[in-house]
Ligand binder design. Structure first.
Ligand SMILES: Cc1cc2nc3c(=O)[nH]c(=O)nc-3n(C[C@H](O)[C@H](O)[C@H](O)COP(=O)(O)O)c2cc1C
Length: 182
């Protein structure tokens, strides 16, 4: 299967992007093709309904990858009880062509213990785009973010976080396999 991950932070060492990169490694290890599109490394223009931005290389790359994707991961920091502006902007450039009938896993990083508000907002957007929300979501928050800020293995609660990531990812890939794998 082909999986696209959109890393929705505009910060160089973002923990949501580190979490997305960890998920990327695990998906690849399970034999799938995966592309991580970082909105920090490849900024997109502000969406406008009167401009198709056909000449924008990064946007064309993202749109093509999304058309070809079997499943999608959306990663966001929790900002003001919602998702980041850059991720919302990227999603405004995309549509049902890119999401319809595809399983989508939402993941977040927050200052509080869990970033539920951004995850709920993402699931609502996915529903509007006719994607299929994965039954579980993934959030790292508060002190858990340390695992993604330091050398992994040095943070005491790391094993619990990694166990959860494996479980949530397993359910997501199983759903994707059932829906798209045949
Ligand atoms: C503009 C802004 C708004 C934020 N709003 C919230 C919030 O509503 N709830 C929360 O738990 N954390 C909030 N935070 C903290 C971030 O969610 C937290 O630092 C997160 O780990 C950032 O993710 P990143 O490492 O991917 O940049 C906010 C941070 C910023 C910069």
């Amino acid at each position: 299967m082909k999986v696209v991950i959109i890393a929705g932070s505009n910060r160089k060492d973002a923990t949501s992007t580190r979490l997305a990169e960890h998920v990327e490694d695990l998906i690849r290890q399970r034999g799938h093709k995966v592309l991580l599109f970082s909105l920090y490394r490849s900024p997109l223009p502000f969406y406008s309904p009167v401009n198709s931005f056909q000449d924008h290389e990064g946007l064309s790359e993202l749109k093509l990858a999304m058309l070809e994707a079997d499943a999608v991961v959306l990663a966001s920091p929790e900002y003001h009880g919602s998702i980041s502006g850059v991720l919302k902007n990227a999603l405004d450039h995309l549509g049902q062509d890119h999401f319809s009938g595809k399983p989508v896993l939402s993941i977040s990083s927050s200052g509080g213990t869990v970033g539920i508000s951004s995850l709920q907002q993402l699931q609502s957007i996915v529903r509007n785009l006719h994607g299929i929300n994965s039954p579980e979501w993934l959030s790292i928050g508060g002190a858990q973010r340390k695992w993604f800020e330091m050398e992994q293995g040095n943070y005491e609660g790391g094993q619990d976080i990694d166990d959860r990531i494996h479980r949530v990812l397993g359910a997501f890939l199983q759903l994707a396999q059932q829906v798209r794998g045949g």
